[in-house]
Design a protein around this ligand. Structure first.
Ligand code: NAD
Length: 500
């Protein structure tokens, strides 16, 4: 495969029909990392046609569950075989550290294995009591059809896998469009699917930009389902474009996630250290470019001063640099656009009255290597409130805002004061309070005395404007299936509703 043949249609790697190419940049130095094909409408239509033919006439939707599960397991094994190479690609492409890239590969391997196990352990359908011994009534689950998948740049391999693994387990065919900013690991994953034996046409990749490729997928009349992960603005457009053909829509959008810390969690030195450490991790891992980033610290007023001082002290010591360098703890932002966005949010917050506790600027060129990368220092903003754009909107940068509360009710009200509802955490040693608060948070994932873990067995997704539907868990498989009720009359007789 030459450098620009990154479009995969009906089993063949090819360049864009127009011949157009795009430079993919290494965010650590802003230099060209790779060239990819810049697909357009013609490439998208060809990929959808291949997926449509494979679904309507091919073998994949009719393979046995055991065959589909076996393919997913082979993909999992191949991911582990290529673990270092994929982790390196992901690190260079997104800027995340190499170790984070390895964690992603392992998580994704688990997701492929989980969906293989899930379909293998299911019964063939759900028998329903129709109230008569002469009726056999069963609900079976069938693949939806051609699935379009559109993914973001922050966790490219992971987001692709959370869609591809359940879609294939359920017997669908697909076309995936990775983010134009970080398309490389999706191309690698597609190669592994081919190596594992996926029939031609079942899986197709079109590299290219949101508009036209993503937009065409969302509106295409031959696509049955569009599963989108990305920002609220693009997600809204996808939903609008999908409406004309009434296709199924699954949306995994942004978050503005609260990390609620009660004073009792900081009562011991060990508790304090853990809560500070995890608050850093919640906000600054992958430079805050995480949909579930704990970007809002909501802290009980009695411990706020000590907690924020320690947080700022440790945030200043986070070692920035190229993600592949040993010892680096945090990579660059993914692009010049993300860097500019971060700078805008910090400037606006300071103008609105926030106080800067650390960061607030790019590191000095003399302090960072390579100096040309899109680096921004981890930033803690104190004295924030819900009217500020930095508190209301997803910044997707290394910015942690601090708000304080006095009572449990205030903590819950602050944590729920967001149009999003993806994830949040509560820190307390009071077990009753932990469960009470977790129960009242309007977020799709709630951590108690932890931040960030997720499990392939447990649903992931959001309340409110964080999206529609769920990935992972049994619901993550059901996104890709249609229930069908088969009602069989074993002793047919006339109903005599009409006299004649
Ligand atoms: P984005 O919305 O800019 O782009 C996401 C994808 O949509 C890209 O592939 C892009 O090319 C495509 N796209 C853009 N415009 C489109 C259009 N009109 N029609 C169809 N497709 C279009 O998001 P991003 O900046 O790549 O990613 C960051 C966002 O993703 C953040 O908001 C983050 O919270 C979200 N995210 C959510 C989850 C989750 O699980 N909920 C996970 C990761 C990222």
């Amino acid at each position: 495969m030459s450098a620009v043949e990154t479009i995969h249609v009906n089993g063949a790697w090819q360049p864009a029909a127009s011949g157009a190419q795009r430079e993919v940049l290494d965010p650590a130095d802003a230099k060209t990392l790779a060239l990819v094909a810049e697909g357009g409408v013609a490439d998208t239509d060809a990929a959808v046609a291949a997926a449509r033919r494979s679904f309507d006439e091919g073998t994949w939707p009719r393979t046995t569950v055991a065959e589909r599960a076996a393919l997913l397991r082979r993909v999992a094994d191949l991911l582990q075989r290529d673990r270092e190479a994929i982790a390196l690609t992901e690190s260079r492409d997104t800027g995340k550290t190499l170790e984070e890239g390895r964690v992603d590969v392992d998580d994704v391997t688990n997701a492929f294995r989980y969906f293989a196990d899930l379909v293998m352990n299911e019964s063939g359908g759900r028998v329903v009591d129709a109230g008569s011994p002469d009726v056999h009534s069963v609900v079976v689950y069938e693949p939806v059809g051609v699935c379009a998948m559109i993914t973001p740049w922050n966790y490219p391999l992971l987001q692709a896998s959370w869609k591809i693994a359940p879609a294939l387990a359920a017997g669908n065919t697909f076309v995936i469009k990775p983010s134009e900013v970080t398309p490389l690991s999706t191309v690698h994953l597609m190669k592994l699917l081919v190596e594992a034996g996926l029939p031609a046409g079942v899986g197709n990749v079109v590299t290219g930009s949101g508009d036209p490729v993503g937009a065409r997928l969302a509106e295409h009349p031959d696509v049955d389902l569009v599963s989108f992960t990305g920002g609220l603005a693009s997600g809204t457009k996808v939903m609008e474009a999908a409406a004309a053909s009434v296709k199924k829509v699954a949306l995994e959008l942004g978050g503005k996630n609260p990390n609620v810390v009660f004073a009792d969690a900081c009562a011991t030195e060990e508790g304090f250290d853990t809560a500070v450490d995890q608050a850093l991790n919640a906000a600054f891992i992958h430079s805050g470019q995480v949909c579930s980033a704990g970007a809002r610290l909501i802290i009980e007023d009695s411990v706020r001063d000590r907690f924020v001082a320690e947080l700022a002290r440790r945030a200043e010591r986070i070692k920035l640099g190229r993600g592949t360098e040993p010892g680096v703890e945090c990579g660059p932002l993914v692009s010049a656009a993300q860097l500019a966005k971060t700078e805008r949010y910090v400037a606006a917050a300071l103008a609105e009255g926030a106080s800067l506790r650390c960061g607030g600027s790019r590191p000095e060129p003399s302090q960072i290597r390579p100096a040309t990368g899109y680096f921004y220092s981890p930033t803690v903003l104190d004295h924030c409130h819900g009217e500020m754009s930095v508190v209301r909107e997803e910044t997707f940068g290394p910015i942690l805002t601090v708000e304080t509360f006095h009572t449990e009710d205030e903590a819950v009200a602050l944590a729920n004061d967001t149009e999003y509802g993806l994830a949040g955490a509560v820190w307390t040693t009071d077990a009753g309070r932990a469960r009470r608060v977790a129960g009242r948070l309007r977020h799709g994932t709630v951590w108690i005395n932890d931040y960030h873990p997720y499990l392939p067995q447990a649903e992931w997704g959001g309340f409110g404007k964080s999206g529609i539907g769920r990935e992972l868990g049994p619901s993550g498989l059901n996104e890709y299936r249609e229930p069908k009720h088969i009602y069989q009359n074993l002793a047919p007789r006339p109903v005599r509703w009409f006299g004649g």
